[in-house]
Every structure is written in structure tokens, then in C-alpha cells.
Ligand binder design. Sequence first.
Ligand code: UTP
Length: 290
Amino acid sequence: MEIKKAIIPVAGLGTRFLPLSKVLSKEFIPLADKPVIQYIVEEVQKSGIKEIVFVVSPGQKAILSYFKKSPDLEKLLTKRKKDSVLKELKDFQEKFKDMEFSFVLQKEPGGDGHAIAQASKMAGKDPVAVSFGDDIIDSDQPAIEQLVEIFKTCNAPVVCLKAIPREKIPAYGSVVVEKIASRLYKIKKIIEKPEPSQISSDLVIVGKYVLTPDVFGYLKKAKPSKKGEIILAEVFDKMLNEGKTIYGYEIKGEWLECGDKQKWLKSFFYMALKDPRFGEELKQYLRTIK
Ligand code: UTP
């Protein structure tokens, strides 16, 4: 079955970026000169999906303007003979001209699962891809395409996984798995922020998924956890307890996390140093500073 839509929730509080996130949502912080959200959108686009539904907070409706044409600005740049920036702007707009963007509102930050549930009408009865707004995979084959390929063989929800050093796992969503093929697992249990004694694999959850319509049914019925949030990983765990099958796929590529300041800085340097426009000079500069 074709996957035609992707949901990108960006309505989180982004508390790890305070005070910046009071005025700028973390998805608009750049890696080199491109906001994180653009990498996420391009990953979805390169995976062959043309429809994107953002889940936004009341202050974020402007997200669509970023990807839209700006005729007034084009006119002004033309008048001022700013040819090279005008070309850059036009190239950027051209890139997204075939994409269909829309948004749904999450009035209160009720958790990542609650955010996805807001888009259930847009998803309808079809499976959808979901990518959180702060996890990028830099890879030859785009991450969502990798997950969709797996989905086509198994017709059940697919969760993106990545192996990380054991000592780091307590900060992530950890999985208990049964390996069924190269990189492919049946997920047996999900433990959010596990104690070291609960860790049974070196795999953790990356914020990218293919969701089937039944996941939306569970999300809608889910009760908020102690913190008042509906968390997708907890809903998955409930599904597993009720005998549902969920697959995990160990994604190929470099995981660039952007959820906190330290991770974002690493991802920033990764992208800036890789960029032929900035990399060489930046490397030389870094050698000169202590
Ligand atoms: P995070 O777990 O990173 O949470 O959300 P957060 O609220 O954005 O950031 P912190 O933890 O306070 O620093 C994962 C993804 O889910 C979205 C976020 O925007 C991010 O893309 N999300 C989270 C929502 O859309 N709504 C929510 O209520 C929570």
C-alpha cells in the first residue's frame, strides 16, 4: 500500500531550548544555514511523499509561510537588483513547489502521541509516515523510504531504531526485541528512560515511524500519563501488551539529534563541516581557536 502522507509534529514546548524557544520553535534553529525542519521535510520529500501535515501550536501557524512562495519579496529583490539572493530564493521555492503542506492545531502541548492524534482525520484510513521535528537521519537512502520499504513487506507499524552506547540508553526509549532479519526486529516491549537493569538491547527509538490506522484508534482512547501527556511509546507498549505486532527497523545513516543544545551543536558542526560552501574554512578556523 502506498504511503501518501507524512505527519510532522512540531508543537512541543521545546523546554530544553529555553529561553530561545519562548520566541523560536526549535525546529527553526538551523544546522549550517538551513532550519532543522527543512531537513526533515526534504527527507520526507526524497522518500516520495508529497503531502505533509504539520501539527502546530497556536503560535506556529506561520510554519507554512517558510515553504511558500514570497512574491512581494521577489519583487523587492528584483527592484533592488539583488540577483544572487533572488536566485537562491527562487531555487528554494522551486524545490517545494510540488509539495502540499497543511497544518492541524494542537491547542495544548499534550504530548507527542496527543499531537499525532490531532492529525488522525487527515490520515483517514491510510497508513502514514510520521517524523518528529528534531531527529534527522543523514543517509544515502532517505530514512522514511527505508521504513516504508519495510512497511510494505510487513503491513504493521514500523518504528525507527538506532544502536547507541549502553551508558546513554537511560535517556532514551529502549526496546526489548526479537531479531527476525538483517536490521529487522519484532518489538516485544518499550521502556521509556529505562533503569540500567532494564536494558536488554542497544537499540533505542528514533522519532520516525510508519503508523497504521489502528494506532490512531489507540491514541484516541489513550489516557494521559502522570505528567498529563499522551506519549506514543506508551501507546505502542499498550498495543504490544494486547498482542499487536510492531516492527522495528535499525535505520541506515547518521542520526543527527537536535532535541537539546549539546546534541544540536554536534549536529550543527556535522552539517556545517560537510557543506562544501563552509566546511574547509570552518575546519581551518576551528584549528586556530582554543
Ligand atoms: P520532544 O520529546 O522533543 O518534546 O518532542 P518537546 O516538548 O518538543 O521538547 P522538550 O522535551 O520540552 O525539550 C518530540 C516531537 O514531538 C513534538 C515536538 O515538537 C517534537 O517534534 N511534540 C511534542 C508535539 O508536537 N506536541 C507535544 O505536546 C509534544
